[in-house]
Design a protein around this ligand. Structure first.
Ligand code: SME
Length: 315
């Protein structure tokens, strides 16, 4: 068993998130890295004054044979804003600063690698501490498993984060070492559809200069979409995820169903078509797009984009 400490803003949400990660044995809310002159265990009220130097921190104990430190650290960066100093969501104060604290110096190289990769991606120095653990005190019992005890309680993380974590892990587990790209796309579409209850979930596969309908769940849909056409063809052409809060406001939107009001399209960067029976060259590295439709406006946001991109990364 190993441990790592994550300060990610309000510990209620961070603890709930890491409790749901496969391979994690326990996630415990507490206070870490207080001022050296602060003697003993602080109370929540003392930490709340923001004068003790403590950060709300979660101790994550995990089985390294089930989950790597690298994956844990990557998941941590998925749920924080690494550029925000002393604020996560609505919570402001040094007690809500972000940090990774390690009790085993041998963990530092991997943590530094993940840290640098995030820094390179965002193109700015991160406001995230990376330090040896100096102190940690478990928080009061009422703060442990807070969101299990108070399902409607405050959480600075979007609640969909927890659903997406489960979905992401289940897609990874169900795909296993299956190599057939159609089978992988079919299983993924079915899982997203069943769990998230979206109106339409499916893949369009790159075939020459067109996208052709692939595995999907929901009502019948358009069979082919041209390069640069509609939301799907635009996401393919521009090589980026497109969130459409109102389909009527998107120039060139292709209405496969009049019930669809909002949409998200995520390019699949790998090459799942490579081993299909009729493979075609995939010049730009995009081999398919994941398209999801909703009957409500403004269904999708950055949280959906992040997790659906991670799920497409599994393909
Ligand atoms: N609306 C998409 C077409 C596909 S259907 O939504 C299933 C688009 O504009 O590309």
């Amino acid at each position: 068993m190993k441990e790592i400490y994550f300060a990610g803003g309000c510990f209620w949400g961070t603890e709930h998130f890491f409790s749901g990660v496969d391979g994690v044995i326990s996630a415990v809310s507490g206070y870490a890295q207080g001022n050296p002159d602060f003697a003993g265990r602080p109370s929540y009220e003392q930490v709340y004054t923001d004068t003790t130097g403590f950060a709300e921190t979660v101790r994550v104990c995990y089985r390294p044979e089930k989950i790597s430190l690298r994956l844990l650290a990557e998941l941590y960066f998925d749920i924080i804003d690494p550029l925000s100093l002393n604020q996560q969501g609505h919570d402001v104060g040094t007690r809500y600063r972000t940090g990774i604290y390690y009790s085993d110096a041998a963990d530092l190289p991997v943590l530094q690698e993940v840290y640098s990769a995030v820094e390179a991606r965002v193109g700015q120095p991160l406001e995230v501490e990376l330090e040896p653990l100096r102190s940690f005190y478990e928080a009061e019992e009422r703060h442990q498993k807070y969101l299990d005890k108070n399902p409607d309680g405050y959480c600075h993380l979007p609640l969909r984060t927890f659903k997406y974590l489960r979905l992401y892990q289940d897609v990874a587990a169900l795909l296993g070492d299956e190599r057939d790209p159609v089978a992988r796309m079919a299983e993924t579409a079915a899982l997203i559809y069943e769990r998230m209850k979206f109106f339409w979930v499916g893949f369009y596969i790159v075939r020459g200069s067109e996208l052709v309908l692939g595995p999907f769940q929901g009502p019948p849909a358009c069979l082919r979409i041209g390069y640069g056409r509609g939301v799907c063809g635009t996401a393919w052409k521009e090589g980026r995820t497109i969130v459409v809060p109102d389909v009527e406001a998107f120039p060139g939107h292709i209405a496969c169903s009049s019930l669809s009001r909002s949409e998200i399209v995520v390019p699949v960067q790998s090459a799942p078509c490579g081993s299909l029976t009729n493979p075609l060259p995939v010049a730009d590295g995009i081999s398919a797009v994941l398209d999801i439709d909703s009957t409500s406006p403004s269904t999708f946001d950055d949280t959906d984009a992040l997790w659906l991109e991670k799920i497409c990364g599994l393909l």
